[in-house]
Design a binder for this molecule. Structure first.
Ligand code: ZN
Length: 224
């Protein structure tokens, strides 16, 4: 009898145990009752677990946006970190972008212009736009004049600065630079008719597998 009662379910057993204490003791002695009761409750557990699992994952932390920090030139003064790391325009002084001949891709005899010319007065400071390191410092009297190549860390880009003023170079090969680090001055060495910065942006390594891209969008994004 005890086994049959157990199979009726917990409520039936419980009701009878209240009415008949003697039967209740016999039922509780039945080893088969607790496992069945436990099995009856189990289906509820997974649904509770599923509900917990359905909780929305925490919102992703906002990614620092170079675009917004670059355009937020007034707000950056309130944030020490972003002020220190924000991109700088490579010419620290008055400048302009010249005419069509100064543009990337402009005809240059038997080739096309691989950079953007930015006109500025002789001696105007040149600075690193981004964090990185200096790859080369050299002089090519025929063409580039005194020039510096740097890699921008965390980007695929190499930057090239040409026609620097004689004696103005402030960095050496392998040196780390930060945004705003003084690297030299605007000049007109090499193939230049007047003082200007010839600025190139290479996607990949300069003269070693990369290729030049139009620097103007980057320059404009840094120019405030
Ligand atoms: Zn040029």
């Amino acid at each position: 009898m005890a086994f049959r009662l157990a199979r009726l379910g917990v409520l039936a057993v419980f009701a009878i145990s209240l009415a008949l204490p003697a039967a209740a003791s016999a039922t509780s002695g039945g080893a088969s009752a607790p496992p069945e009761t436990g099995a009856g409750y189990n289906p509820g557990a997974p649904s509770g677990g599923a509900a917990a699992g359905a909780v929305e994952p925490p919102a992703r932390p906002p990614k620092p946006s170079k675009h917004s920090s670059g355009g937020d030139h007034k707000g950056t003064h309130r944030k020490k970190h972003s002020t220190k790391s924000r991109p700088r325009f490579p010419i620290a002084g008055p400048h302009n972008y010249g005419g069509p001949a100064a543009r990337f891709g402009a005809p240059r005899g038997n080739h096309t212009h691989q950079g953007q010319d930015v006109l500025a007065a002789e001696g105007t400071p040149l600075v690193a736009p981004l964090r990185g390191y200096v790859k080369y410092v050299s002089d090519q009297p025929c063409c580039a004049g005194i020039y510096i190549v740097m890699h921008a860390s965390g980007t695929p880009y190499d930057f090239v600065f040409m026609h620097l003023q004689p004696g103005s170079v402030r960095v050496g090969q392998g040196q780390s630079v930060q945004p705003g680090t003084r690297i030299g001055s605007v000049g007109h060495t090499g193939d230049a008719t007047g003082p200007h910065l010839h600025f190139e942006v290479w996607d990949g390594a300069w003269q070693a597998g990369g290729h030049p891209i139009d620097p103007l969008p980057l320059l404009l994004s840094w120019d405030h």
